[in-house]
Design a protein around this ligand. Structure first.
Ligand code: SAM
Length: 293
């Protein structure tokens, strides 16, 4: 009986923590121009994608992150048409965004073409509906270049990036957020992947500090994603309209109904509201960003 291979997530190795997955089958493993990519089958989480030793998406819990990174900013905004996704190579974010019939164009700027190619083969549940939707446009570029140069304006920018190392590092910089601010339309919202505050407090504090210097309303909301180990995942929130984070649950429900009441497995109007009620230790991180900015 051959020994089972275990693949470890090494993101928190410095903290003396490794999360290991028992591998049923390795489906794909390669070194791309930008990062190490491995996809394997796990008996509980299904397909698990890791980039540079960090879990990106699993077929079992992807719905939580993808629904909260998309429906929260879109339904809070209420009139969004043009969406920019930075990163998002697996197309899980785009798949949720395109569930909103009022959205007229979705532009995804991904640095690594091979992640999208690989997703076509291994995540057809995402790429199928996305790549066949005429509203979807894929740009292979560094997100920093794109937001620094584009003449277009977006109602919502969703930064579905890797962690602040390697190609993803620049996506947590002041320069990147300032360039995003430049290409946000008036009343626009930016939502960002911002790590797990229990293990990555600096990531959140630094980003919120940058947001604070650029936007009237800056902070985060949270969700718990089993394979983003460490409890709450923080999603950065940056907007000029302070009211957007306070849209009543009834209005969110009406907007979801107007969007065809597409099925969700995590997002509800009440969960949306509750996500902005931060546990004290995370609220204190956000507050400390003030002092620094
Ligand atoms: N949800 C995942 C997470 O929270 O860790 C992220 C998933 S998605 C696969 C991350 C994508 O960001 C990857 O496809 C990666 O290639 C892309 N990416 C990293 N740095 C980038 C950059 N500078 N510009 C555009 N895309 C980038």
């Amino acid at each position: 009986m051959t020994e089972k291979r275990w693949i470890a997530e090494t993101l928190f190795e410095e903290l003396g923590l490794r999360t290991s997955f028992a591998v049923e089958r390795v489906l794909h493993e390669t070194k791309t121009a930008h990062q190490h990519l491995v996809l394997f089958e796990h008996r509980h989480f299904g397909k698990v994608l890791m980039l540079d030793g960090a879990t990106q998406v699993t077929s079992r819990d992807e719905f939580i992150y993808h629904e909260m990174m998309t429906h929260v900013p879109i339904l809070a905004h209420g009139r969004a048409r043009e969406i920019l996704i930075v990163g998002g190579g697996d197309c899980g974010i785009a798949e949720e965004v395109l569930k909103h019939p009022s959205i007229t164009r979705v532009t995804e700027v991904e640095i690594d073409a091979s992640v999208v190619e690989f997703a076509k083969q291994h995540f057809p549940e995402f790429t199928g509906p996305v790549l066949s939707d005429p509203r979807f446009e894929l740009v292979i570029d560094d997100g920093m270049n794109y937001v620094a140069q584009t003449a277009r304006r977006f109602d919502i920018i969703i930064v579905d990036s890797t962690d602040p190392e390697g190609p993803g590092k620049v996506l947590f910089s002041y320069e990147f957020y300032a360039a995003c601010r430049r290409c946000l339309a008036p009343g626009g919202v930016m939502a960002t992947q911002n790590g797990v505050p229990f293990f990555q407090p600096e990531e959140l504090i630094t980003s919120v500090g940058h947001f604070r210097r650029l936007f009237a309303d800056a902070g985060c909301y949270v969700a718990a994603i089993p394979t983003y180990v460490g409890g709450h995942m923080a999603m950065g929130w940056a907007a000029d309209d302070r009211e957007l984070r306070h849209v009543p649950a009834e209005t969110l429900a009406e907007r979801h109904a107007a969007a065809g009441r597409f099925p969700t497995r995590y997002w509800t109007p009440e969960v949306h509201k509750a996500a902005f009620a931060l546990p004290r230790f995370i609220a204190e991180h956000v507050a400390s960003a003030d002092e620094r900015s």
